[in-house]
Design a protein around this ligand. Structure first.
Ligand code: UDP
Length: 266
């Protein structure tokens, strides 16, 4: 086996496992037990619905660690998530869920598509957190939808929506606090929610990932972007930005080298 598995392609480690789904940044494989999956984080970076693409060395390793950090913290405060445990540098064991076909965006500060759509200058604080729903369909470019659409087309029930909103606001409070403690402003983020069944009883849990790929993170002092906008807007090294977030949160040792070195094996 390669001593530094950051360079190992998914096929090498996964030859025995069945691929269940491949997305832009992650691959899901069958898990070791029924009801589980293995989530593999790729180095692929995409933006603008995959019109812009690159490979960012070490991104998958960082996102695996960061998502573990946030999901573990959320589990600890009673926010249910799909995360079970990290398996290695690029993989984590998760609960299998039925994904609700919505991207749930929570915003604290105007940026990105909200600024474009409503003509609100980027950086304007919002009067309260605003939750938006997009229908998860790459072919359609994940269009913004209203609760009316969601209910009429049966993507989620009113009870589901109430639960999703409550969950999203708890995630927002938790992440905002984590970031504030290390001098970072949580501008906005996207989550996905999944349904699980315990016998006849169903409930919703946080799924997918939480990482700088799906958040906007600005340094409080300088305003420097520490998220995927660095890639979207060609603002420098994406790996450096994510490494900075990981170091500040204590996920990486402060003096560690680049993530492609085997410092992250455990
Ligand atoms: N986002 C995401 N995946 C998407 C679309 C958005 O993770 O497919 C995140 C994005 O990183 C940002 C937030 O959701 O943190 C709000 O994104 P926005 O609607 O402003 O879209 P964008 O400007 O990224 O196209």
């Amino acid at each position: 086996m390669c001593p530094d598995d950051t360079h190992r392609s998914p096929g090498d480690s996964m030859a025995r496992r069945k691929k269940v789904y491949e997305g832009k940044a992650k691959i899901l494989y069958e898990g070791p037990e029924p009801g589980t999956l293995v989530q593999y984080f790729k180095d692929d970076a995409t933006a603008f619905n995959a019109q812009k693409k690159d490979v960012v060395d070490g991104k998958g390793v960082l996102n695996n660690r960061l998502s573990e950090f946030f999901m573990t913290g959320l589990n600890a405060i009673g926010v249910p998530t799909h995360f079970i445990r990290r398996l290695n540098m690029r993989e984590q064991l998760i609960r299998q869920v039925e994904i609700i076909p919505l991207e749930v965006v929570v915003r604290n500060v105007a940026a990105g598509s909200l600024s474009t759509r409503l003509g609100i200058e980027e950086g304007t604080p919002l009067p309260r957190p605003i939750i938006e729903f997009c229908y998860k369909d790459d072919k359609l470019g994940d269009p913004l939808v209203s609760e009316e659409h969601i209910l009429a087309f049966g993507w989620a029930s009113q009870q589901d929506l109430d639960d999703i909103i409550a969950l999203s606001l708890r995630v927002n409070d938790f992440l905002s606090g984590c970031m504030l403690a290390v001098g970072i402003k949580l501008v906005d983020f996207k989550i996905e929610v999944g349904r699980i069944w315990d016998n006849d009883y169903q409930r919703l849990i946080l799924a997918d990932e939480i990482s700088p790929d799906s958040c906007r993170l600005w340094d409080i002092e300088t305003g420097k972007k520490l998220d995927k906008d660095v890639f979207r807007r060609d603002l420098g090294s994406l790996a450096d930005a994510y490494t900075e977030v990981a170091r500040r949160l204590g996920v990486l040792p402060a003096n560690s080298g680049p993530v492609t070195r085997p410092t992250l094996i455990n």
